[in-house]
Design a protein around this ligand. Structure first.
Ligand code: ZN
Length: 353
């Protein structure tokens, strides 16, 4: 069996010369190939084959056996490496989604219009919601559930018994608690992966612009005209899009006001607050409980679209829902050149006073 002696000699010589494993195995493969060739039924090769010993089948078999052992070892090593190192898959990189978040937002991620990139935009978005009442309740809950990374909520009111017929973010046990903290508690319980910033105060002309400037998008669901005009003016001044909704009795409406991108501002469409008594509040006129649920959820849907860029935004469209007749309709709205808030203003006028 000169062949086997030859192979053993290569290994021995390699070890003595401290050759690399790669060099030794390279030599072994070469000699093995020569042994196989020497046993091929070629005229004149037979005597050489007899000297080297073995047969064609035996040498081929040896080669296959060694190859199988090597493949098996490689496979085993790969399996061991995977079993010993499971951590890198569960610890997310900064800004990336954890396994739990990927699972939580799976129904968003599978939507063609949102997908992974859209869900990441939601995670990076900062949305300010003015009012944690009827419209704020569903809007805040759906924004939190959708994974909006940072949600600010402004309200100076406390939860009262008569709120609970429609303001579903609050609980009976929350009566007497500031609404922003009750809302924060509910949102944190719903989604621990987001940051919530409660502002337990009424928005004022002094701080409105500075606060709104910190956010990408504003949702206004307040029930008084002073705050609505204040929020609109601050959004116009800072160039932030504003989704403003309103409800009374059986009817609600919303639009996306954004003069910085060609759409009207709130004051373009409603230049003046109605005279006192003409637009009674929910406290004065009543409101059906599910109505803010419909309109507030529509505001959240428009916010998700605005952040992710999905579909057609509500810019330039006043969407109206009449719950009593089960009807919805839309009115096209345009910027007014003489708007006191987003118009060119007196400085750029034609000189008439
Ligand atoms: Zn305007």
């Amino acid at each position: 069996m000169l062949g086997l002696v030859l192979l053993a000699a290569i290994v021995g010589l390699g070890l003595v010369l401290k050759a690399s494993a790669r060099a030794i195995s390279g030599m072994l493969v070469l000699v093995w190939a020569a042994l196989v060739i020497a046993h091929l039924p070629i005229p004149g090769f037979a005597p050489i084959g007899r000297v080297l010993g073995g047969s064609l089948a035996a040498w081929l078999g040896l080669g296959v056996l060694v190859a199988l052992v090597l493949i098996y070892r490689k496979l085993l090593r790969a399996i061991r490496a995977r079993a010993a190192d499971p951590e890198p898959k569960t610890v997310p990189k900064p800004g990336a989604f954890s396994e739990a978040e990927l699972d939580r937002y799976a129904r968003h991620i599978m939507l063609r219009e949102i997908g992974g990139p859209g869900q990441k935009k939601l995670k990076q978005a900062k949305v300010l919601v003015i009012g944690a009442g009827g419209l704020g309740s569903p809007a805040l809950l759906y924004l939190a559930a959708a994974g909006v990374g940072q949600i600010g909520v402004v309200d100076d009111d406390v939860v009262s018994n008569s709120n609970l017929q429609r303001q579903v973010i609050h609980r009976d046990a929350d009566i007497g608690m500031p609404k922003v903290f009750s809302a924060q508690k509910a949102m944190a319980a719903l989604n621990p992966h987001i940051e919530i910033r409660p502002f337990n105060r009424r928005l004022t002309a002094v701080d409105a612009e500075a606060l709104i400037a910190e956010y990408d998008l504003v949702l206004d669901g307040t029930d008084n005209f002073d705050t609505r005009y204040l929020v609109n003016a601050a959004c116009v001044a800072t160039g932030k899009p504003l989704i403003s909704g309103a409800i009374t009795q059986w009817e609600g409406q919303l639009s996306l006001y954004d003069p910085a991108r060609g759409a009207p501002c709130y004051a373009c469409v409603f230049p003046q607050a109605p005279a006192p008594g003409l637009a009674p509040s929910c406290a004065e006129a009543g409101v059906v409980g599910a109505l803010p649920g419909v309109v507030g959820a529509m505001m959240a849907a428009e916010a998700i679209k605005e952040i992710t860029g999905a579909g057609q935004s509500a810019r330039g469209r006043l969407m109206i829902y009449d719950a009593l007749w089960g009807e919805s309709r839309q009115i096209g709205v345009k910027r007014r050149a003489d708007c006191a808030v987003c118009g060119p203003g007196p400085a750029a006028g034609d000189g008439h006073s």
